[in-house]
Design a protein around this ligand. Structure first.
Ligand code: HEC
Ligand SMILES: [Cu+2]
Length: 337
């Protein structure tokens, strides 16, 4: 009865992960309810049938144990715990591996709002617009303190950490608005750090993307306009990054055509295995490139001098995201999304 009540209160399921997470939750819930019943009924049974006036005066039972029963219970509990672990692990692994055709959106969290930076250059505040039925990968960082992206109806949550990227992915399954919360206490207005995920039909999403950047307000399934004042943007993200590549002087030391200047070329850098001066190998992902820009001395590329200046304090998170988008666009694999 309690279980049925709890299930009534369950949140709507709005992503591909929601049914799986709920199934596991139900499993743990039922195990708990059954264990609770066995323990409480068992205690009552012993209380009543072995009460003091049932056994002869001045004699207490001397119990030495029952090895078979005890190992049986231990084994059963171990099996249950392993089932829960394995089940959770399988789902967790799935959640950690975004499909390669995911729509990538950058998220920048800061006290106390969310920014969503799209490949086409759009920058939305507190409103994440996604198509239904297509995998979306969020590549997230924070401008200040720890935050955590939490979309309860999607059953996804991921900490967001300054100076590094963390990510999560999902496929929205229901058209409409869903809430985003910050799930890591981050200061005075933490509880007001709210956003929405606006899920559109694929056609509506495409129409929204095709609409001129000046009118960025997405069509609203609920009829309300929540974010009409998104910043106007001129270029797509990779083109913005190209501007920094020139104006910040990267072009003096890094080519985009494969030729070696003072530093390695950016061509086909993204996703490649880079050999470092200390012999280690690194995959050139978002975090590696970000660190190369902010702390160039930390990991030196083998065969190159340690001459790159740091760009810490000169580039914002949105700037770095655009440079990474530019570098991505120079890789055959990742180009053209
Ligand atoms: C004065 C020359 C110079 C400038 C200017 C410069 N870099 Fe570098 N960069 C280097 C050198 C040399 C290396 C290789 C040694 C190292 O890892 O620091 C490098 C390494 C890198 C790497 C790692 C490349 C790899 O193949 O693993 C990235 C990414 C990078 N730079 C990005 C940038 C960006 C973005 C800018 C502009 C905002 C920039 N650099 C400006 C000289 C420079
Ligand atoms: Cu917070």
């Amino acid at each position: 009865m309690i279980a049925l009540l709890l299930m009534q209160w369950r949140l709507p399921q709005a992503s591909n992960f929601a049914p799986g997470v709920d199934k596991l939750f139900d499993f743990v819930l039922w195990i708990s309810i059954i264990s609770f019943a066995i323990i409480v009924l068992g205690a009552l049974y012993f209380l009543i049938f072995y009460r003091r006036n049932k056994i002869p005066e001045n004699m207490s039972l001397y119990i030495t144990g029952h090895t078979k029963l005890e190992s049986g219970v231990a084994l059963l509990l171990t099996v249950i715990v392993m089932v829960i672990f394995w089940w959770g692990w399988v789902d967790y692994k799935e959640m950690k591996r975004a499909p390669s055709d995911s729509l990538e959106i950058n998220v920048i969290a800061k006290q106390w709002l969310w920014q969503f930076q799209y490949a086409d250059g759009r920058l939305l505040t507190n409103e994440l617009v996604v198509p239904k039925g297509k995998p979306v990968k969020l590549i997230m960082t924070s401008e200040d303190v720890l935050h955590s992206f939490f979309a309860p109806t999607f059953r996804v949550k991921q900490d967001i950490i300054p100076n590094t990227y963390t990510s999560l992915w999902f496929t929205a399954t229901v058209v409409g608005d869903q809430p985003i919360y910050c799930a890591e206490y981050c200061g005075t207005a933490h509880s007001g750090m709210l956003g929405i995920i606006r899920v559109l039909e694929p056609d509506d999403f495409e129409a929204w993307q095709m609409a001129p950047l000046a009118s960025q307000t997405p069509p609203t399934p609920s009829g309300t306009i929540l974010n009409g004042d998104a910043a106007p943007v001129i270029q797509n993200l990779a083109e913005q990054g190209k501007v920094f590549y020139v104006t910040k002087g990267c072009s003096a030391c890094h080519s985009v055509d494969g030729g070696t200047l003072v530093g390695p070329s950016f061509k086909n850098l993204f996703g490649r295995d880079v050999e470092l001066a200390d012999g280690k190998k690194m995959s050139a992902d978002e975090n590696y490139i970000r660190e190369s820009i902010m702390e160039p001395q930390k990991k030196l590329v083998k065969g190159f001098p340690s001459v790159m200046p740091t760009f810490k304090g000169q580039l914002s998170d949105t700037d770095v995201n655009s440079i990474i988008a530019f570098i991505k666009s120079l890789s055959a694999k990742e180009g053209g999304h």
